[in-house]
Design a protein around this ligand. Structure first.
Ligand code: ADP
Ligand code: ZN
Ligand code: ZN
Length: 749
């Protein structure tokens, strides 16, 4: 074996959670590069892996290394920067190689699926007339087929020629062998942007001229684009201030400079208008194909889209968090719309935050990152204060439209007045009637789904919980069942309280169905439609409803906060928030932030057209800070107060938080391993790490698994994760105890 054999370092899709070394056969020397997918032997199996490094020092002698078997695709599917990003994901989020690869590379690509190719056939025009005359005499069928193909302007699909024309395979193959016809393979073009949002008309046709504030923001981003280095901008603009047009102008500039663009939204299906606008702008750019990356792409579409990006055919990707790994060549600009949205956080390993990965990728690629929001996250706000991010502001709505007036209804007073539980206050009812009479539209938002959300015993306070998860069940009136929204378990609602046998067990709280009923009694003749998670599952229905609402066929939309994002309906002049408190009184240090963001987002849906908007917020705690700041539209002031309280308790963004969860069907076992972990870590780093727990999680039991967690606070995630991973490796976890890390967790339950 020659000494100059190339050794590559490979991450396997399955099997080992560490890089393995292989030798490259000479035939692959040039083609196999970092980022190439290869097939390699592993024991007796063959597995697919990713070359992460070339020319590495093997740990064992060359003789012991096995050879790479073959290349899955002729070109690398990952850029060098993406490989670095993968290494960072693995380390920062404490994830396994397999999880990282599964997250970064879509299934069909990972599994080595081949692009579908079709054979095309055309006549060989240079055949001389003598041979043709010969053919006509000896094989009239073949001659006929040749004649047909010779008359066509372009190559014909082989399958069509054989099926529709009824040409015999024998005649076809005969012609092919003699060289009368030629075959070529062509990739099928699958159109990846013709998706579920297809026929809704979202794009405004009118020519848009940016206003002064918008132009200033574009100029500021342009400066960074020209500098060609890493820079992060916060596009901080009130709802309806025209952020999307700023993104579009910046994207156009990057494209003109020959660069490509990555655009992230919290969820494609929930931001149809933003996606629709981008699509209508960028699918027209002939040389800058756009790919909309969303969950309902078929495997084939996903493969084509990925390959189109990897080879530079497509230069714009619009998608949810996983699009952050799109293999764009010559990346120039990364945009994260609604950067504060928790939906950017993935809730399985690696538990990455799409926004944070976007910023880190921008740093690796040395490009510009734009984060947009009306209510920036505290994390982003802190980076602005530290001078790490530039801020570009949009302080006014388009055409100086007023931000809606927000009324706060104190539901305690409302209940005292009526002496019974109230779903819709008299103020909200009166305004709903008023809008309907004027032919204007309204939206009502609620914090949860189902009819009377929980079953509560009025005698002893017992709440019906799911027996697999320690969570209250939700009552659904339509089929008279209790459902667990976590695991899907269904049960019959009890007639008597299982604790005290009282018959005073009732539904508590107001779900979407209940509110729909109440509103129907207030507006008996209006057209009212409800959207909730159940409706959301049916994409076509959702699209249809939004379309009808836009056309004015629906007067009032009732829905959960899921529909609060990004909708722009000019005729909506009233927005009601039925139970603002529900997100407030939860044991989460982000509760204030979430409630504030929700209120601002929700009220941002009103008054986007020529008519002024109004918002009615119903609450039992009218003086709570998030509600008051939202009422006055004081985002900066809210952020200031909130950041102070975070600093006082040294919560994020002042320190990073890492949550470690242990779960098992056996509660004692889960607790035992949690305690053992804590002890071993203590022995290793002794007092250097601030740690709390182990304690039971607030949802103690989930899907029949008991859960305990440990919290770590740190300034240096990478160092902490190194220690945690080292301790993890020391403990022989049994199969029935699962342990996970959640770095920078968004959920604390
Ligand atoms: P945001 O994302 O900040 O909430 P949008 O980008 O959705 O705001 O813009 C709100 C509305 O204003 C959209 O209908 C958009 O087409 C329109 N718009 C944006 N910029 C302009 C402009 N310069 N002139 C006219 N209309 C504009
Ligand atoms: Zn009871
Ligand atoms: Zn359950």
């Amino acid at each position: 074996m020659s000494l100059d054999t190339t050794v590559v370092c490979v991450w396997l899709m399955s099997g080992f959670d560490r890089p393995l070394h292989y030798r490259l056969p000479a035939s692959m020397e040039d083609m196999a590069q970092p980022g190439s997918l290869v097939r390699v032997p592993l024991g007796r199996r063959q597995v697919i892996g990713l070359i992460v490094e070339k020319d590495c020092e093997p740990e064992v002698s060359l003789m012991q290394l096995k050879l790479v078997l073959d290349l899955v695709y002729p070109t690398p599917i990952m850029t060098p920067e993406l490989l670095k990003l993968g290494a960072w994901l693995r380390q920062y989020y404490g994830a396994s190689i397999q999880n990282v690869l599964e997250t970064m590379i879509p299934g069909p690509v990972r599994q080595g699926m081949k692009a579908k190719s079709d054979k095309y056939v055309s006549a060989n025009k240079s055949v001389d007339s003598e041979s043709l005359a010969n053919l006509e005499r000896k094989a009239p069928k073949q001659f006929e087929l040749y004649q047909f193909l010779a008359q066509q302007f372009r190559a014909q699909k082989k399958s069509l020629v054989l099926s529709r024309l009824g040409a015999s395979p024998a005649a076809y193959n005969g012609l092919l062998k003699k060289g009368f016809i030629v075959e070529e393979s062509r990739k099928v073009e699958r159109v990846a942007y013709d998706d579920e949002l297809g026929d809704v008309e979202y794009a405004s046709k009118q020519e848009i001229v940016l206003n002064e504030e918008q132009s200033a923001c574009v100029d500021s981003i342009s400066l960074s684009l020209k500098a060609g280095k890493f820079a992060t901008h916060l596009l901080y603009g009130v709802t309806g201030s025209g952020k999307t047009e700023v993104y579009i102008a910046a994207m156009e500039e990057a494209l003109r400079a020959g660069k490509s663009v990555l655009f992230l939204v919290p969820e494609v299906a929930l931001t149809p208008q933003t996606v629709g606008r981008l699509r209508s702008r960028f699918t027209e750019h002939k040389d800058a194909h756009a790919v909309v990356w969303h969950s309902s792409l078929s495997d084939g579409e996903r493969l084509d889209a990925w390959m189109a990006l990897a080879n530079g055919t497509a230069r714009v990707v619009v998608g949810a968090r996983s699009a952050v790994f799109a293999p764009l060549e010559k990346l120039g600009l990364v945009i994260v719309d609604e950067e504060h949205e928790p939906a950017f956080k993935q809730d399985e390993s690696p538990r990455y935050h799409g926004r944070d990965v976007a910023v880190y990728r921008s740093y690796l690629e040395q490009v510009v990152c734009v984060l947009g929001s009306a209510t920036p996250s505290l994390e982003t706000y802190r980076n602005v204060k530290l001078g790490k991010y530039k801020v570009d502001r949009l302080t006014k709505r388009i055409d100086d439209r007023q931000l809606p007036m927000m009324h706060i209804v104190d539901m305690r007073i409302e209940m005292m007045r009526t002496r019974k539980p109230v779903t819709i206050s008299s103020l909200l009812a009166q305004k709903l009637r008023d809008r309907w009479e004027k032919g204007e539209q309204s939206i009502l938002f609620i914090n949860r789904r189902g009819y009377n959300s929980t079953m509560l015993c009025n005698e002893c306070g017992h709440v019906e919980e799911c027996k697999h998860c320690s969570l209250p069940m939700t009552f659904h009136r339509s089929d008279n069942t209790l459902k667990c929204h976590l695991c899907g378990h269904e049960a019959e609602p009890p007639w008597r309280c299982p604790e005290c046998n009282s018959d005073q067990i009732r539904g508590k709280g107001s779900g979407t169905q209940r509110i729909e009923d109440v509103v129907k009694s207030i507006l008996p003749k209006a057209s009212i439609v409800r959207i909730d998670t159940d409706t959301m599952g049916k994409k076509h229905l959702f699209r249809e409803i939004l379309g009808d609402f836009r056309k004015g066929k629906i007067d009032l939309l009732v829905g959960t906060q899921m529909i609060a994002k990004g909708l722009d309906f000019p005729n909506v002049t009233l927005v009601g928030m039925v139970d603002a408190d529900l997100s407030l009184h939860v044991p989460d240090f982000r509760a204030n932030e979430r409630t504030f963001q929700l209120l601002v987002q929700v009220s941002g849906r009103a008054g986007r057209g020529d008519l002024a908007g109004e918002v009615v917020v119903q609450t039992f705690t009218p003086h709570a800070e998030p509600i008051q700041f939202a009422r006055r539209g004081e985002v900066d002031a809210f952020l200031e107060v909130e950041i102070e309280s975070r600093e006082q308790f040294q919560y994020p963004p002042f320190r990073h938080l890492v949550r470690q969860v242990f779960r098992s069907r056996n509660a004692d076992k889960a607790m035992f391993f949690a305690e053992q972990f804590a002890r071993k870590l203590e022995a290793r780093v002794g007092g250097k790490i601030e740690m709390r727990g182990p304690t039971p999680c607030s949802i103690e039991k989930m899907k029949d698994q008991y859960r305990f967690h440990i919290w770590y606070f740190t300034q240096n995630v990478s160092a902490l994760m190194r220690d945690l991973k080292a301790v993890e490796a020391e403990i022989p976890f049994p199969k029935d105890v699962v342990q996970i890390f959640d770095v920078d967790p968004m959920s604390v339950s």
